[in-house]
Design a protein around this ligand. Structure first.
Ligand code: ADP
Length: 223
């Protein structure tokens, strides 16, 4: 099976940009590369439901228990499982713009302490054991301060699932900070994670410079 490379980070951290760039750079080395982006808002039944959830159709985001929310995201991947396993069999590398770690970070951020730890373990069980989704080979965390991420969100093109410039989660700086904190907690406890700094000396590094950094961490997975 091909390596499964996952690009993670808070909203506006540059995941989409870097996943696309990494796909092009690896393709330029002659490798067969497939890029998948989760949630699959348009392709799956649960992806549509996630769009509705983010637009507040099931109530305020803090009214929906994070366990229930996590099931929507896991089910979107379960519905996509054959697409993912086919890609892993037919390509030399598969890149995911968000994957299971997004569920851990976003839902984990809504709880604290022992409750958070229990939810993180439950989500891993649902995704990797109950739904038998493939485990990543490498998780690249694009780490960016919330103020810079929000500036990037403001510059984004319109998205398929929302007509708002920033969805309800992206608008909430406190929430984004908690998500970043959970990502950093995960990155320090799991050896398959690599943290890539998007900012140096208070300034966002260029898209190409961050891309070089990511490529340098991905190439050893083929060794
Ligand atoms: P995400 O997928 O993490 O939400 P995107 O890749 O969509 O983030 O990036 C959000 C916005 O920020 C886009 O308009 C993108 O062009 C811009 N952007 C991403 N990385 C950088 C960077 N290093 N410097 C400046 N702008 C960036």
């Amino acid at each position: 099976m091909a390596p499964l490379i996952v690009i993670e980070g808070i909203d506006g951290s540059g995941k989409g940009t870097q996943a696309q760039q990494l796909t092009e750079r690896l393709a330029a080395t002659g490798r067969r590369v497939q890029l998948l982006s989760f949630p699959r808002y348009r392709e799956t039944l649960f992806g549509h439901a996630i769009g509705d959830f983010l637009n507040g159709r099931f109530g305020q985001l803090n009214e929906v228990h994070p366990f229930l929310a996590s099931v929507l995201y896991a089910a979107d991947r379960f519905e996509s499982r054959s697409v993912l396993t086919d890609a892993l069999q037919q390509s030399d590398v598969v890149i995911c713009d968000r994957y299971v770690p997004s569920n851990l970070a976003h839902q984990g951020a809504k709880l604290e302490g022992a409750e958070r730890d229990e939810l993180l373990r439950t989500i891993e069980r649902i995704e990797f054991e109950v739904f038998a989704l493939p485990r990543p080979s490498l998780v690249v965390l694009l780490d960016v301060p919330v103020d810079i991420a929000q500036r990037n969100i403001a510059a984004k093109k319109p998205r398929s699932y929302t007509d708002k410039a920033a969805d309800l989660q992206e608008a909430d700086a406190g929430y984004l900070q908690r998500v970043r904190d959970v990502y950093l907690q995960l990155a320090t406890t799991d050896p398959i994670w690599q943290r890539v700094e998007s900012v140096r000396a208070g300034k966002q590094r260029s898209i190409t410079e961050i891309g070089d950094d990511i490529l340098g961490r991905v190439l050893p997975t083929f060794a």
